[in-house]
Design a protein. Structure first.
Ligand SMILES: *[C@@H]1O[C@H](CO)[C@@H](O)[C@H](O)[C@H]1NC(C)=O
Ligand SMILES: *[C@@H]1O[C@H](CO)[C@@H](O)[C@H](O)[C@H]1NC(C)=O
Ligand SMILES: *[C@@H]1O[C@H](CO)[C@@H](O)[C@H](O)[C@H]1NC(C)=O
Ligand SMILES: *[C@@H]1O[C@H](CO)[C@@H](O)[C@H](O)[C@H]1NC(C)=O
Ligand SMILES: *[C@@H]1O[C@H](CO)[C@@H](O)[C@H](O)[C@H]1NC(C)=O
Ligand SMILES: *[C@@H]1O[C@H](CO)[C@@H](O)[C@H](O)[C@H]1NC(C)=O
Length: 881
């Protein structure tokens, strides 16, 4: 079982990540596994595909009959009947102890838990006030120019005849730029609402045929990136605005969704004949095995295109891409920062100084000219306004308050300033980068550049008569984005824990202006891999139009996009290596080149795996589909090698992940080849992983095999890790995070249990197991054992153990992601043992016990005890009367 949470992937930067020990007292003693108890997705044998069983009829009925015969009580929530793709049902078991019966029922292929998919973060959206708002970006088609989508548009390629299914919050099809209507003949030609407005992931979905969304907006923004009609007042257009769109609504106005609903929507998209399905959602995972991942990959194998967001967890470093984006054969999409960003200027009065640019699409709505107040006159202060301001602080209502970025969230600083009446606040950068920030409910706050902040604080300290005003018109301009053309820092890093090439490609995803529900303002600016993903869906539609809508074309699209992508640097400094492909994928798509290249290279990716499973000899094929003979030269272009684990620790290095220039080396069977028009050639590449790096840093190496004919270049991407994954420590056995050694048995007050204790399991009198995973594990389990167990745990003592007799299994998850180093963001795992029952609901008698926690190492054998790490808790007692 796995336990990943999915969310919509839009974001704003909320704080500068700074690592500090997390107080234990901040931890709520609530079990962290985000799955629905007793609810499972059961995959059953598809008897129609088995010649000897075809006469048996409908597979589900046999499974239900077999369950009833054994007295298993269950409710069918949904049935999945996509033959050859996914056959099964979402079931609720009345009695959780029947799980084993269910798993052992003949005809059952797999049983997976139903994952809870948490609420999308509220969007801190920027919405134009009127059609003639001068703050609207003058260059709203820059993303099309970056990717040469504009060239295909100029050639008349607009996605005509292609069907794209958007699985999201629904779409406001009343929007004039989205066709203004719903149903056959309209741009939004079909779809379904699987959940209803009131659905929040905990209540019963109320489906209806109408996927209208006028309360959330995310899906309407996604739909505009795919298909907004040109000619609107904001000068934007979708990548494939002649394509037809089906809207599959799986989120209500607010709240969560469950994995079974995602699967329903995917299967419905297939049965409705969609050529492309796109999902701007997901949760940090690292594995390829969730039900929605597995189904997405199978849909891709049918020759459909499935585009899925890579995730917005770049801050947490490698091995952390999202599910379902990790789906093996789908296209996982990274985000690239746009080259220009529309921002505003504040005007400086009283002293001569240039306007102060502040990061906002629209002007702050302050119309008065105000003096400034700096919360600190120290321009190096690290935690400005993180604590309540001194009582001597004046009423800030009639000032522009100036605060330095750092240490705590922007909202915390703003809250402290607001306690003294602050209304308008400018936060100046501390070197972390000029970017849109999350100001929560504070609409009159924005980020300014470090130098401007230093200037303003200096003027304040000198008591200069400086005032600021916020022009409501004419202050907007396109700022050359200092990180333009680089992968967005928020874009998640792969690879998957088992070395799949995730993400696959990148598209613009930062500061994207697109459509929004009419009642919510009609247009909005959002950021995230959520915005990059529909860009690739639209790009795929253009490729289908150019190459034909066959399954063969569908299966070739990821390779075409990968082999023709534009390489992405790791910085704008000359001499720095290319960005690791574990964040950039094969690079920024060049959609015109993907459509028109006459050099077809295959495959697009070489998965070199770890050093124990090294696939170091690889062959690729070059086809010349042009009309003249071409001479190609073959060369190796390495990208930076990612130091995925911080040296001398067991923890993933936070993003931006440090890179080294110690590369793999490659020998080719030929370094040049002439291919006649219509001919092809194969080249063999023999790889040697980079040498001389510390293996314990799990160096993720990557790069390109370049195929050049003059200026026309294509490439094959490769990725490997220069160590054995079997050697990667999984369980955090340090005290770095909470200041106490982990894992830990916590007592009723949430402190480490200091002496043998009996618990009544009444109220809060129960023990908990607190643990962290430094790396993902294919198998994580917590069992109850007797205190005299002979098991020798590997943590604190090394050694393996023989078959361990257990009293009861308490928790078991398959394909569990690692934890992050932010407490509130998947920072730890907690088991609250508040109920004296096993995982399957069997009562546990009073007595003395220990918890045994085990995690299987990556590529380890699930049957081999030596492939697990383990920890044994202190003894505790259960005494529940
Ligand atoms: C905004 O301010 C910047 C920096 O002072 C300046 O370069 C730019 O021209 C200004 N733009 C407008 C529209 O005033
Ligand atoms: C923002 O406002 C919403 C709705 O009024 C409220 O639920 C939420 O707690 C507020 N958030 C903050 C950070 O104040
Ligand atoms: C790498 O090797 C492991 C062990 O054989 C395997 O499970 C995994 O699927 C391989 N990864 C890839 C990308 O082939
Ligand atoms: C816990 O309960 C057991 C069994 O009743 C008893 O022997 C033991 O002394 C108790 N331990 C503590 C610390 O109260
Ligand atoms: C552990 O204790 C249980 C019951 O107290 C007993 O049945 C079992 O034989 C003991 N096992 C060992 C290895 O001593
Ligand atoms: C404990 O678990 C049982 C079996 O799942 C369940 O019936 C009961 O309601 C649970 N009790 C509490 C307090 O959660």
């Amino acid at each position: 079982m796995k336990a990943t949470a999915c969310k919509l992937l839009t974001l704003l930067i909320s704080a500068s990540l700074s690592f500090a020990t997390v107080p234990l007292s901040s931890i709520q003693r609530v079990t962290t596994a985000p799955i629905i108890p007793n609810k499972f997705i059961v995959e059953v044998e598809d008897v129609s595909q088995i010649p000897t069983k075809r006469s048996m009829g409908f597979s589900h009925d046999h499974v239900y009959a077999s369950l009833r015969k054994r007295g298993v009580k269950f409710k069918v929530n949904q049935e999945f009947k996509a033959q050859g793709l996914f056959t099964g049902a979402a079931l609720t078991l009345t009695n959780p102890s029947d799980l084993e019966s269910l798993s052992n029922t003949p005809g059952v292929v797999a049983v997976r838990p139903v994952v809870k998919v948490p609420a999308p973060n509220p969007l801190n959206k920027k919405i134009p006030q009127s059609a003639s708002d001068p703050s609207v970006p003058p260059d709203s088609e820059s993303t099309h120019i970056l990717t040469n989508v504009d060239k295909l548009h100029a050639e008349g390629v607009l996605g005509t005849g292609v069907k794209i299914g958007i699985i999201d919050t629904g779409v406001d099809y009343t929007h004039p730029s989205l066709g203004g209507g719903f149903g056959p003949g309209h741009k939004i030609a079909g779809g379904f609402d699987f959940v209803g407005d009131a659905y929040d992931g905990t209540n019963t979905p109320v489906p209806d045929p109408d996927p209208l969304d006028q309360c959330n907006g995310h899906g309407t923004h996604v739909a505009g990136i795919v298909g907004a009609n040109p000619g609107n007042e904001f000068g934007i257009s979708g990548v494939a605005y002649q394509a037809t769109i089906n809207a599959y609504r799986i989120f209500g106005c607010a709240g969560q969704v469950t994995d079974d609903v995602i699967v329903q929507a995917l299967l419905r998209g297939v049965s409705d004949g969609m050529d492309i399905l796109t999902m701007s959602l997901g949760g940090a995972d690292g594995w390829t095995e969730s039900t929605s991942s597995v189904v997405s990959s199978r849909i891709s194998d049918m020759g459909k295109v499935v585009t899925i967001a890579a995730g917005n967890d770049g801050a947490f470093g490698s091995w952390y891409t999202s599910s379902p984006g990790n789906a093996i054969d789908a296209i996982s999409v990274a985000s690239l920062d746009n080259t220009v960003v529309p921002i505003q200027n504040a005007t400086v009065h009283g002293v001569t100084h240039d306007p102060v640019p502040y990061f906002s699409l629209f002007p702050l709505s302050e119309t008065q000219t105000l003096p400034i107040f700096a919360t600190s006159t120290d321009v190096t202060v690290v935690d400005d306004a993180c604590n309540p301001l001194p009582a001597s602080t004046p009423n800030l209502a009639n000032f522009v308050t100036i605060i330095r970025r750092g240490s705590c969230t922007f909202v915390q600083k703003l809250t402290n300033a607001a306690a003294f009446g602050a209304n308008v606040v400018l936060i100046y950068d501390n070197g972390n980068g000029f970017a849109p920030i999350d100001t929560g409910n504070f609409t009159q706050a924005s980020l300014i550049q470090a130098a401007d902040g230093v200037f303003l604080v200096g003027q304040f300290a000198a008591k200069a008569p400086l005032t600021l005003s916020f022009p409501q018109t004419g202050g907007s301009f396109n700022f050359p984005n200092p990180t333009g053309g680089l992968i967005s820092t928020f874009s998640s890093y792969g690879p998957s824990n088992d070395m799949f090439f995730k993400p696959a490609v990148a598209a613009p995803g930062g500061n994207i202006l697109s459509t929004f529900p009419v009642p919510l303002g009609s247009f909005a600016l959002l950021s995230g891999t959520s915005m990059a993903t529909p860009f690739i869906a639209g790009s795929s539609a253009l490729l289908f139009e150019v190459k034909g809508k066959s399954a063969a074309v569908g299966k070739s699209i990821r390779t075409l996009l990968e082999t023709t992508a534009q390489r992405v640097p790791s910085s704008l400094t000359d001499g720095d290596p290319l960005q690791t492909l574990s964040q950039a994928g094969a690079g920024l798509v060049d959609v015109h080149k993907a459509a028109r290249t006459t050099t077809i290279v295959s495959p697009g990716e070489f998965l070199l795996n770890d050093t124990s499973h090294f696939n170091g000899v690889q062959t690729f094929t070059i086809s010349n589909t042009g009309t003249t003979s071409k001479k190609y030269t073959i060369s190796h272009v390495p990208a930076g090698t990612a130091t995925s684990i911080t040296p001398s620790t067991i923890f993933a290095a936070d993003g931006p992940v440090p890179l080294t220039a110690t590369f793999a080396s490659v020998k080719f069977s030929k370094t040049s080849v002439t291919i006649a028009a219509g001919g092809k050639a194969s080249i063999t590449a023999t790889f040697t992983p980079p040498a001389g790096l510390k293996a314990a840093t799990f160096p993720v190496y990557s790069g390109f095999l370049e195929i050049a004919s003059g200026a026309d270049t294509t490439h094959v991407s490769y990725l490997g890790v220069a160590n054995k994954l079997r050697d990667k420590t999984i369980i955090d056995n340090t005290d770095v995070f909470f200041g106490i050694p982990l894992p830990a048995l916590l007592d009723a007050s949430g402190n480490p249990q200091a002496a043998p204790t009996n618990y009544t399991l009444v109220g809060t009198d129960f023990p908990s197991v607190l643990s962290r995973l430094a790396f993902g594990t294919p198998e994580f389990r917590i069992d109850l054992v007797l205190p005299n167990t002979t098991v020798k745990p590997t943590i604190s003592k090394r050694g393996s153990f023989a078959k361990v007799p257990i009293v009861a299994s308490i928790q078991e998850f398959q394909f569990t992601p690692r934890n992050s180093d932010a407490a509130v963001n998947n920072g730890f795992n907690l088991l609250a043992f508040s109920n004296a029952t096993s995982a399957s609901g069997t009562p546990i008698p009073n007595g003395q016990y220990k918890f045994l926690l085990r995690a299987l190492r990556v590529t380890g054998n699930v049957q081999t005890e030596a492939d697990y790490e383990s920890w044994l808790s202190p003894t505790f007692g259960i005494n529940h009367g």
